[in-house]
Design a protein around this ligand. Structure first.
Ligand code: NAG
Length: 437
């Protein structure tokens, strides 16, 4: 995950994001038959995420996989091996063999791209995306095994989720109807450069033929002990009610009860990962993330702080969604942001990130839950956290009807929520990030 934009920009995005959308009447949408899910994941030995993949990518040998380093080259060879092993072919059709998996990024950097062709709808693509680069220099915190910035959850884990989904789908006796594309981006940490190159310079497939892009960035990570179960699925409204429905079905397919994937519109995304370059080009997206926690961009983001139990559950939800997207009769179409009726009143006409009142509710639940761990925040952050909590409690209690009026007449009231994401990075990067087992 790339570092956040300046706070002034954040303010605009945040305010722009708080518009009201009618919520989806889920019951309505249960009309067309979905294909039977062909994987026995629960009560069987089948796993989606190969732990060895995460361990290799996050090993000291790869030194953080920063673009242009030896570690990056090793990661590229590994990714091509993995894609070839699952029967994927390179997406760069002007080249052959292993080179067909490589897309040079401007003067420096290499995206790795492959495809598993679909059957009768092979011109429609489900795009699985994760950046494989990390950084060479990061904040050094105590209690880590070395000073190397391994980026285990950011984003070795996200890459392993994509590889795991690909491997499982490749094992099926029948290919799904739509093609599955794998995009491992370089230079995400430099400002989403790898995916920007793909979009702006050389998309390799027409963007209109991407049914949905699923992006994974920061996985298997816990913000706080009290938020161990929480994970985010962001931005499904970009594919309208049909995509929202499929995401909801995937989320509830986790029968373990140990994963609470909260769906939220793009508020928590804030342009922080590669999905954004696609979203801007009207491609429907879902961004899966655990957001930036205490180990974010520190040397503590290493293998011992990966919650593998959570990671596997996240991968199962994503596998379910991928399979259903690849086989569904539903028409997923990019859906324009709704127009907020209070825009004219407030003079704000930026609608880059639509959101709804339910997002406030989600954030309110999150903060109420996290309050149990208030003692883990540094002294200086406690009053701010308390204040955000009480504001969220009020805004939520006043309900959806009051919301447009607050937005129009007392916009500053909402600014107080801005530091919310960053405040979760302030506790110590300690052992609670890993699973409890
Ligand atoms: C997991 O990945 C490693 C290499 O990364 C490979 O050797 C091993 O066969 C894989 N395991 C499974 C079960 O696919």
């Amino acid at each position: 995950m790339v570092a956040g934009p300046t706070s002034a920009i954040n303010v605009i995005f945040f305010v722009a994001s708080l518009c009201i959308r009618p919520s989806v009447a889920q019951g309505f949408l249960r009309n067309s038959e979905e294909s039977e899910f062909p994987f026995e994941l629960y009560g069987s030995d089948v796993v989606v995420v190969n732990r060895t993949d995460v361990e290799f990518l996050a090993s000291d040998e790869l030194g953080g996989r920063n673009d242009g380093t030896t570690g990056s080259l090793l990661a590229q060879e590994f990714l091509i091996d993995k894609l070839q092993a699952m029967g994927a072919v390179g997406l760069v059709s002007s080249k052959s063999g292993r080179d067909a998996f490589r897309q040079d990024v401007y003067s420096r950097g290499t995206n790795i791209l492959g495809i598993l062709p679909g059957s009768d709808l092979s011109n429609e693509h489900i795009f699985l995306s994760a950046h494989y680069d990390h950084i060479s220099f990061c904040e050094i915190k105590a209690n880590a095994d070395s000073n190397i910035c391994n980026g285990a959850t950011d984003n070795a884990a996200g890459v392993a989720v994509v590889l795991g989904i690909g491997s499982r789908i490749a094992e099926l006796s029948e290919r799904p109807r739509r093609s599955i594309v794998f995009g491992f981006w370089d230079r995400e940490e430099d400002g989403l450069i790898g995916s920007q190159y793909f979009i702006e310079e050389d998309p390799l497939i027409p963007l209109s033929q991407i049914t949905t892009l699923l992006n994974f960035d920061i996985m298997g990570s816990n913000l706080l002990p009290s938020l161990r179960k929480v994970s985010f699925a962001i931005g499904a409204e970009s594919g309208g009610s049909q995509l929202e429905y499929l995401v909801e079905q995937a989320v509830i397919s986790d029968v373990s009860g140990d994963l609470n994937t909260v769906t939220i519109s793009a508020i928590l995304g804030s342009q922080r990962s590669d999905y954004f370059n696609f979203y801007e080009m009207d491609v429907p997206i879902v961004f899966f993330s655990d957001s930036t926690g205490p180990c974010y961009h520190t040397n503590g983001d290493e293998i011992k702080n990966v919650d593998f139990d959570k990671l596997e559950k996240q991968a199962r939800v994503a596998l379910k969604l991928t399979y259903n997207l690849a086989t569904t009769n539903r028409k997923i179409k990019f859906t324009e942001p709704c127009i907020n009726p209070t825009n004219e009143l407030s003079g704000i006409d930026l609608l880059l990130f639509p959101a709804e009142f339910s997002d406030l509710r989600v954030l309110n639940n999150l903060v109420n839950q996290a309050y149990e761990d208030i003692d883990l925040f540094p002294e200086a952050a406690k009053p701010e956290f308390e204040f955000i909590k009480s504001e969220l409690n009020c805004l939520t209690r006043w309900g959806p009807i009051a919301f447009p009026f607050i937005l129009a007449l007392d916009t500053e009231r909402l600014f107080i929520l801005l530091p919310l994401i960053d405040i979760f990075t302030t506790p110590e990067c300690a052992g609670f990030q890993a699973d409890s087992s």
